[in-house]
Design a protein around this ligand. Structure first.
Ligand SMILES: *[C@@H]1O[C@H](CO)[C@@H](O)[C@H](O)[C@H]1NC(C)=O
Length: 154
């Protein structure tokens, strides 16, 4: 199993955020604000707060979009709280030519980035089909068929 260990201050040596700043490991039991989670008491911080092993394993691509996103955002990786960084692993089983799962890593300039999968955003909702048709230029039958497959209504 591959562990990814972020040595936070070595990554941020030249960042103004690191100089003189104290780490604020997320207290996931507390509320989240636009600035992130509140800080865990220092006595309860563990090495696991600075490790994320999920991105070292392939995600389950046995689903309708044949892809999996494995995030290492604040919820999975409390040590990135408030630092404005995070990563995610993407496994895609369908669009690569080699017959094997393609793997990509994405880095974000947020510890809690938003993630939208276009197929679900467009067709797994209860928006009126006419609105989706007008936005996607797809016909009514196609939009309704996609909504039926992805769990949308309307
Ligand atoms: C992958 O997901 C499918 C569909 O949800 C499930 O049936 C299967 O058990 C999962 N495989 C693993 C290894 O978790």
């Amino acid at each position: 199993m591959i562990h990814i260990l972020f040595i936070l201050c070595s990554l941020l040596t030249f960042s103004a955020k690191c100089r003189g700043a104290r780490l604020c490991v997320a207290d996931l039991k507390g509320p989240e604000s636009p600035a992130g989670y509140s800080c865990k008491p220092a006595a309860t911080v563990t090495v696991d707060d600075f490790m994320s092993s999920g991105v070292g394993s392939a995600g389950n691509t046995s689903n309708i979009i044949k892809a999996a996103v494995t995030p290492a955002f604040t919820e999975q990786f409390p040590g990135v709280n408030g630092l404005g960084i995070s990563i995610a692993r993407l496994d895609v089983a369908v669009v690569n030519a080699g017959g094997v799962t393609a793997v990509a890593y994405a880095s974000f300039s947020s510890a809690t980035p938003g993630l939208q999968i276009l197929d679900f955003a467009l067709f797994a909702n209860d928006l009126p089909s006419k609105l989706v048709e007008a936005t996607t230029f797809l016909d009514d039958a196609t939009v309704k068929a996609l909504k039926a497959v992805l769990g949308g209504t309307g």
